[in-house]
Every structure is written in C-alpha cells, then in structure tokens.
Design a protein around this ligand. Structure first.
Ligand SMILES: [Zn+2]
Length: 350
C-alpha cells in the first residue's frame, strides 16, 4: 500500500469511533517494531518524525525505511507525519520529501521555545495549509502550549501555563482550515509529566470535551500522551537506570478523550523506556556480549509489545482492512473542490 494521507486515517477513525497512535521514529528498529505491532493487531498507523529525528537519521534514510515498511506490509495503511514542524520551511521540506502529513506547531515561534502570539500562529499555520492542501497533504495545528521539552522542542513548564482556550480553538480551526488540532490540556512532553497520578486539577479533560462539543468535525490530537507505566520505569531502574518516579497520562483518560473527538494520540516516551530497559537488561545481565543485535533485538521486541498494547487500547486494532487508500492526488482534488474543506463548527458539513 502506498503511504496514505493522515486525513483519511483520521476520517476513518472518526467513523469507527477509535483513536490512532502516532509513534515517533529515528531508526530502522523502531519502524520495524511499529510495523510488527500493526501487522499483529491489523491496525492502521501513523509513523512520525520530529525535526530532531530527521536530523539524526538524515531525511533520505528515514523516508526510505518507511517506504520499505509500506512495501513490505501492503495491507497496512501508513501515514507519514512531520511531528512539530517549527516553520513553513520545515513543513515544506517534509512535503517535498514525501510525507503525507505535517504538523505546523505555530504555538511556538520558530525557535521552538518561545510562545507565539495567536495571530502569529494563525498566520503561519494558514500558510502551511495553503501550501499543503492543494498537494493533498494533511495539516495538524496546535493551539495553547504544551509543557515540557522533547528533542529540544518545547516551552518547558508543567503544561498548565497555556491551557487551550475553547473560543480560541474554534476561531483557530475556522481561520486556518487545519484537518487536526493539538490541544494543550495539561500534558507535557518527556518522561516527567506529572508528580502524582493526574486528576482534574492537572489534566484538563473537561476543556477537551468542551472543545469537541464546539468543534465536532475537527480531529483532536493529544500530545505528550505516553502513559509512562511503572513496570517500564522499574526495568530501567532495576538494571542501573536512574529515573525519578513519575506519572504519565492514564490509558482511561486517553480513552475518555477518544470518546470525545481525539483521533490521534502521540506516544514516544513509553517506547523510549521500553527500548532502554531492554538494552540495559541485556548489558547488565550479560556484560560479555558485544554484538549490537544481542540488545537491539530485545529492544525492538519490547517496543513492539508496547505499541501493540496501545493499538488495542486506542481501538485502532482490527481496522487496517476497513478501507482502500485514497491516492494523494485524489485528496488534493478533494481539497480543491471543497469536498474535503474542514468546516469546523458547522455541524454536518464534513
Ligand atoms: Zn508533541
């Protein structure tokens, strides 16, 4: 199957009432882990790369690995997504490379650190939409500012400083025409999201539910949504790691989100923990080993297990064969004719 647009994946997820995990990759083993999980659970999937990942792996290595994944697994719909594009140019370069979806994170300025103005965010996101849609490419925007820092991207803080304002979310969706919208509801990037199991004082699911009521046709996105399970933390620490105790976003909160318009859930930290724990275990228990395959294979297996678990929990499992891929050129025609125009707050328009 060729790479499909993320818009199609998310439209189908909305029809089916499930969420789709978007898993970050930097290398071959991570891509293989995701594909093994997608095949095992028969799930459509979003593979995403941050700017840092594109730099680390070099665009062409990364992109061709994903093309290989698509060629080897023709039954699995795969969307290839730029995570946290910081500028028009970053998104344009991803589209030129062949990504089928981009996130323009205009919630921050181009430095990826300083919160942007609302008008600045609308302007740069609109510009990306105007470039992407005629080419059939999906655009995700962000309104409000997430907490934490990952891959050098982020404003820091707890995630509670810039919670998304529902009025602004509606205006943003209408003025930009984004297909999907990331919200700041108290989640943060990285491992250290919450200092105790999150409740309504730190995880603002009520804001998300309110926004979904007012934007019923906009696909909502949860970032910083690793669950950071204790067993994965424990494996890392048991074999010489030094992680401080921390809490992520409980699966039941994500599932509440999925019942309220969340269609894309970003997961990175859980996979990082699974990989690191598996590698630490091998090197700790058998220090005489030095063939990278001796620890990369268990690392890949550990990530496969986490991704398959999330695919079942998010509900995407079993849905890979529900639909035929719409060619990107047809998506482009759909945007041009207005058929795919997101009309956010007009009920039934999509
Ligand atoms: Zn993010």
């Amino acid at each position: 199957m060729p790479l499909v647009s993320m818009r199609q994946l998310l439209d189908e997820a909305a029809k089916g009432g499930y969420g789709v995990g978007a898993f970050n990759v930097n290398d071959m083993e991570q891509i293989q882990a995701i594909m093994a999980a997608a095949v095992e659970t028969n799930a459509p999937v979003i593979i995403q790369a941050s700017r840092g990942a594109r730099q680390f792996s070099q665009d062409l290595y990364l992109f061709n690995l994903i093309l290989a994944a698509a060629e080897l697994n023709p039954q699995i719909p795969i969307a290839m997504h730029q995570d946290h594009g910081n500028s028009f140019e970053t998104c344009k370069s991803a589209i030129e490379l062949g990504f089928t979806s981009v996130m323009m994170d205009g919630s921050l300025k181009e430095d990826g650190k300083t919160p942007n103005s609302f008008e600045g965010n609308v302007e740069v996101t609109r510009r990306v939409v105007e470039y992407a849609h005629p080419r059939g490419i999906t655009v995700e925007g962000e309104i409000g500012v997430l907490g934490g820092v990952e891959d050098g991207h982020g404003a820091g803080g707890t995630g509670l400083e810039h919670i998304t304002d529902p009025d602004q979310a509606v205006e943003f969706a209408e003025r930009t025409g984004v297909d999907a919208l990331a919200l700041a509801i108290g989640t943060s990037h990285g491992a250290y999201k919450f200092t105790k199991k999150p409740d309504g004082s730190v995880l603002k699911m009520d804001v998300l539910i309110e926004i979904h009521k007012r934007l019923p046709h906009t696909h909502l996105v949860m970032h910083g949504s690793s669950s950071v399970p204790k067993d994965l933390q424990d494996i890392v620490n048991k074999y010489g790691g030094k992680l401080k105790e921390t809490w992520g976003v409980p699966i039941e909160e994500i599932q509440l989100g999925i019942r309220n318009g969340v269609r894309k859930i970003n997961v990175d930290t859980d996979n990082r923990l699974a990989i690191t724990g598996a590698i630490r275990k091998v090197l700790w228990e058998t220090p005489e080993k030095f063939d990278p395959r001796d620890y990369l294979k268990p690392a890949r297996d550990a990530m496969h297990k986490v991704v398959a678990e999330r695919m079942r929990e998010f509900g995407q499992a079993g849905h890979a064969g529900d639909y035929a891929p719409i060619p990107i050129s047809e998506m482009a025609a759909g945007y041009k004719s207005g058929k795919l125009d997101p009309r956010p707050s007009l009920a039934g328009a999509r």
